[in-house]
Design a protein around this ligand. Structure first.
Ligand code: UDP
Ligand code: MG
Length: 317
């Protein structure tokens, strides 16, 4: 078998979390589309703590496609983006492609991204021509895209589409940045030298359900904002200053009333309202600051980013 550490043209990284119903179909479509490109390639599956038979199916696929597939098996579920980062840390290719396992992005369109890489772009994103997702997913994504456009310098038509291509240098920069808590498309955008986007098709999930519920989506979007901008923190500070000024006025007013009219029991509830409002502002602020501190902790490497249980490399076959 050839030494796989030398000159592979394309590495495809696929995060896998409970995708037993999709793996076979994915391999049936992904491998022929990669072979058609006429370039050497490898596929790196990162099993993100699946509790179904995904790993076994991947191992079977590895046997059937000798020398093409490597598998990283996580100790537990660390999330899609951590899985991709782990994949990035193991790639050998000159160009790296990320794709979801559920066939929402057709593997047959990978060539479109590679064409752009050949033109000299180091990061090629994609946007979905017509998105086949639930009403909630579609519109919440639109809202998030809009807020991101306003708050950050990141210009992406469709931040949720994970069919993307990266140059080897960009992947090295991403890995070296140790900014592992950040949403990868946004991080790649900020580190890229020259980027573009191509239009791709979007199908319904081949099988199973989206692994993202509302809470996971909110957490992911927190990642994008706190990982790329401190604007929310600054807005909060300005807001806090304005509240302080208003509060100063109110206290002065209450003091003057107290001096002129003496104690007024009726004013108690207004005061309560003001106090409660201020408490909520404080809580909100602490939460936000906590987000940044949490990120700092993660980026300082104080917490394990991910732990790999086993690596099933081609050579171990
Ligand atoms: N995924 C993962 N870890 C997770 C959640 C998802 O590796 O904790 C993988 C999943 O198997 C799929 C990709 O990430 O390959 C995208 O997940 P999904 O299709 O659920 O996301 P959506 O398309 O709804 O954004
Ligand atoms: Mg999906």
């Amino acid at each position: 078998m050839a030494d796989k550490n030398t000159s592979i043209s394309v590495s495809v990284v696929v995060p896998i979390y409970n995708e037993e119903d999709n793996i076979k179909l994915l391999l049936e479509r992904l491998i022929p589309s990669l072979k058609k490109l006429g370039r050497s390639f490898e596929i790196i599956f990162v099993n993100d703590g699946s509790i179904d038979s995904s790993l076994n199916l991947l191992l079977e696929g590895q046997k059937e496609n000798e020398g093409l597939i490597r598998i990283l098996d996580f100790k537990k579920n660390y999330g899609q983006h951590m899985a991709i980062i782990a994949g990035f840390n193991h790639v050998n290719g000159e160009t790296i492609i990320t794709i979801d396992a559920d066939l929402q992005n057709p593997p047959e369109e990978i060539y479109k991204l590679l064409e752009k890489i050949d033109e000299g772009y180091d990061y090629v994103g994609s946007f979905r021509s017509s998105r086949n997702d639930t009403f909630f997913r579609k519109y919440s994504s639109r809202l998030v895209n809009l807020v991101r456009e306003k708050m950050t310098d990141i210009r992406m038509k469709d931040q949720g589409c994970m069919l993307r291509a990266y140059s080897k240098e960009l992947i090295q920069n991403i890995c070296e940045s140790h900014n592992h808590s950040t949403y990868i498309p946004a991080l790649a955008y900020t580190l890229s030298r020259k980027n573009t986007e191509v239009e791709v098709m979007h199908d319904q999930r081949a099988s199973g359900e989206s692994k993202y519920n509302l809470v996971r989506l909110i957490r992911l979007n927190f990642d994008i904002f706190t990982g790329t901008t401190i604007l929310p923190l600054q807005l909060y500070t300005i807001f806090g200053l304005a509240i302080c000024a208003m509060n100063g006025g109110l206290v002065t007013y209450l003091l003057i009333r107290r001096i002129i009219f003496g104690p007024e029991a009726q004013g108690l509830f207004t005061l309560f309202a003001v106090v409660f409002f201020l408490i909520s502002v404080v809580i909100l602020g602490i939460g936000l600051i906590g987000e940044y501190l949490g990120r700092l902790t993660l980026n300082l490497g104080l917490q394990p980013k991910y732990e790999i249980k086993s690596v099933y490399d081609y050579t171990k076959l």
